[in-house]
Design a protein around this ligand. Structure first.
Ligand code: GCW
Length: 712
């Protein structure tokens, strides 16, 4: 009895001490913090890693794995084990069949498991090798070993290091896209400057590059596009190729390839050709020479990402050629080097020629007829939804519609439309929602993919992402690029434990906050399928009243179509019929507002204000209720966080708390401004109990944000 009492007391004291004295953290270490484990967990981990053994010759990649294991074990145990040359009991053994042929021997129980892993997968096993009890990290390549090392460290840090795990990436291309400019501004970046210091490169290699590589490799990200899709011709000149090559050298041991965004008119703008027509022999030869030049400095260069004929960017249509003709010309230049071209489907009509009726239709209209026309090394990169990274969109109709063309998903990790780096919005749930959507023609969206790209939220801020919780979006993106069927909640739990420690009293409530956060943002910004009602160009804050921009489809009023009678965009047969771009089952289901998911109602339907919602409320009352719920949820995020104050280091506690307070203000602003505006249009009274907006509509209309970040 006495023993139990004193054990309980010691436990209590220990946890008190841990929290009272929790040292301030600045977030630089991300999810790779490797804090000391509790005693019992330390013993388990120690027993699995008495020595580290990597048979065969060291490579930069095995050296990276070894360094990470040393760093992790030193942090978690207080001391790192020695590297040993021979396998003994308790060894942490990293081996490929090449390094340890018995793994693949005919009678090896691991043979089949290993074969199933492909190039990038790994397995973790408690097993016997050469008569010794070992913890085995096995893979078919050194990169697989590195991924396995990160996985084992993750398990150890969370407190489950003895599980048998087999894991292989489901997608071969798992990329970040940086919208980083050469002057270090970042388009839609909210976390400082670009981490790529182009001016200092190639001579000066910032430590950030290595830590960036570690963080990404820990998730399995294997490619990065260094520069903005709104690209510049200079990117492909010799000095910048040398700079990109220097970055590539740092990232290579971590299995991360470098790619560049290419401006379609580069040769013309550099005055090296007389045209940029993709069918001109002169132009084709130029790109071939350029590719050869790049591959001379970056032998494993990944290839090009291209934004063409979109938002003022040049493209093949400038020469009456189509997207496939443009993409294939570049593809031919990189094909001899095994490079690829990622051609973006984010297109909308150039000025003057736009379809007045529905911008959401355009990508499908331009790309669907080209299915089968793209070269083998071209992938079409499609945003998750047909408009533009809104807080909620239905999945893009191109998913499931391009049977002969490999597609990549493009998610935005940076929160251009979801509250920058101030509002907490965990995007794991949003990614999951899109990925598990059923296309009805080709399985889930996840099943239609050949790769994934995430528009990075990484910058020079000490915590990389602008806020601690925004690190979770980078993390979730990476984990889902590895496994698009992974569950947002599990990923959140993993991230929370790695970032704030495995104590469930902390991690569980944090996961709950994360899980409600994105829906809260949808509710206070664009409930029930509303979209694109943000402020002009900076996209911060509400501006549903804007109706005077040069193009109709830049105006919020184009998207919500609210008037005295109703609200919403009719995309059924009586409207733009964008619905016909989906599989017939979906088109049929969504043709009727009664069978359309409520969360997409006003995306597909224009409905009268008194339309009866399933809740029993009118549409008008429901809209108000959603805005109120959004505000209530934003408040609840902060209340939940305050309860964690005693358990979190003071610095991170305060940094998050300040943002949550700001998020409440933002939610109230959205709610009040939208209610003021929609009421001015509907002319309807606020039902009893609904708080009137704090200010007049004119007040909200007059708000300006001339110095908002992220305009690049
Ligand atoms: O969401 C919009 C952004 C632009 C961006 C564009 C795109 C890089 O507002 O800043 O440009 O999408 O995806 O090309």
């Amino acid at each position: 009895m006495r023993f139990f009492l004193s054990a309980a007391l010691t436990g209590l004291l220990l946890s008190l001490a841990a929290t009272v004295f929790a040292a301030d953290e600045d977030g630089y270490e991300l999810w790779l913090r490797y804090r000391p484990l509790e005693r019992a967990a330390q013993a388990t981990v120690k027993a699995q890693a008495r020595a580290i053994v990597i048979p065969g010759a060291a490579t930069p990649t095995t050296e990276a794995a070894l360094a990470e294991l040393n760093r992790g074990l030193a942090g978690m145990l207080g001391q790192a084990p020695q590297k040993a040359a021979r396998i003994g009991d308790g060894a942490l053994l990293l081996a490929t069949p090449e390094r340890l042929p018995e793994l693949a021997a005919v009678n090896s129980p691991l043979r089949a498991d290993l074969a199933a892993l492909g190039g990038g997968g790994y397995l973790l096993r408690q097993t016997r090798i050469q008569g010794h009890k070992v913890t085995l990290i096995a893979a078919n390549s050194d990169i697989g070993l590195l991924y396995g090392a990160y996985a084992w460290l993750r398990e150890a840090a969370i407190g489950a290091p003895a599980r048998d795990v087999s894991s292989a990436p489901k997608l071969q291309l798992r990329l970040l896209n940086h919208w980083d400019n050469l002057d270090r501004t970042v388009e839609r970046g909210y976390s400082g400057q670009s981490i790529w210091d182009w001016w200092a490169l190639p001579d000066i290699l910032d430590q950030h590059y290595t830590d960036y590589a570690r963080a990404n490799a820990s998730l399995g990200i294997n490619g990065t596009v260094l520069n903005n899709v709104n690209s510049k011709p200079e990117v492909l000149t010799a000095p910048f190729i040398a700079k990109a090559a220097a970055v590539a050298d740092v990232l290579r041991p971590y299995g991360i390839k470098v790619y560049l965004s290419a401006r379609f008119s580069t040769p013309l703008e550099l005055h090296e050709t007389a045209t940029a027509d993709p069918l001109s022999p002169e132009v084709r030869a130029w790109w071939q020479r350029k590719a050869d030049e790049i591959y001379k400095s970056i032998p494993d260069f990944g290839g090009f990402l291209v934004k063409a004929n979109s938002e003022g960017q040049p493209g093949p249509q400038d020469y009456q050629r189509n997207h496939a003709e443009g993409a294939n010309m570049l593809a031919a230049a990189v094909a001899p080097h095994k490079g690829i071209v990622m051609w973006r489907a984010f297109v909308y009509a150039p000025k003057g020629s736009h379809r007045a009726d529905d911008r959401a239709r355009q990508a499908y209209e331009e790309f669907k007829p080209l299915d089968g026309a793209f070269a083998a090394n071209v992938l079409v990169q499609v945003k998750n939804g047909a408009i533009d990274f809104q807080p909620r969109e239905p999945f893009h109709p191109l998913f499931g519609a391009m049977a002969k063309t490999p597609l990549m998903m493009e998610f935005q990790i940076t929160k251009e439309y979801l509250g920058y780096a101030t509002d907490l919005a965990y995007l794991g749930t949003m990614f999951e929602e899109t990925l598990e959507s059923d296309t009805k023609s080709a399985g889930t969206v996840a099943q239609t993919l050949s790769g994934m790209a995430g528009v990075a939220n990484i910058g020079s801020d000490r915590n990389w992402a602008g806020s601690h919780f925004d690190q979770a979006n980078w993390y979730a993106y990476g984990r889902m690029a590895w496994d698009p069927q992974a569950k947002a909640r599990n990923i959140a739990a993993e991230w929370a434990a790695l970032t704030f420690g495995p104590d469930r009293r902390v991690a569980d409530p944090i996961v709950d906050m994360m899980m409600i956060s994105r829906e809260a943002v949808v509710d206070y910004m664009t409930p029930l399928g509303l979209h694109h009602i943000m402020g002009t160009s900076h996209h911060h804050g509400p501006a549903p009243w804007v109706d005077n921009l040069e193009r109709p489809d830049w105006n919020p009023v184009y998207y919500h179509r609210a008037d005295r009678n109703g609200i919403g965009f009719d995309r059924t047969a009586s409207g733009s019929n964008a619905l016909e771009q989906y599989a017939p089952e979906i088109a049929r289901q969504y043709a009727d507002p009664r069978t359309t998911p409520q969360q997409l109602l006003l995306w597909f339907h224009h409905l009268p204000w008194d339309y009866a919602m399933p809740s029993g409320r009118t549409l008008w009352a429901e809209l108000l209720a959603r805005y109120d719920k959004g505000v209530a949820d934003a408040k609840s995020l902060r209340t939940r966080w305050s309860a964690l104050k005693p358990l979190i280091d003071a610095r991170r506690y305060a940094e998050v708390d300040q943002r949550l307070a700001r998020q409440i203000d933002n939610a109230v602003l959205w709610r009040d401004a939208c209610i003021a505006y929609f009421q001015s249009v509907s002319g309807l009274p606020l039902p009893a109990g609904v708080q009137p907006p704090a200010h007049t509509l004119d007040y909200y209309k007059a708000l300006r944000y001339p110095y908002s970040p992220g305009r690049g």
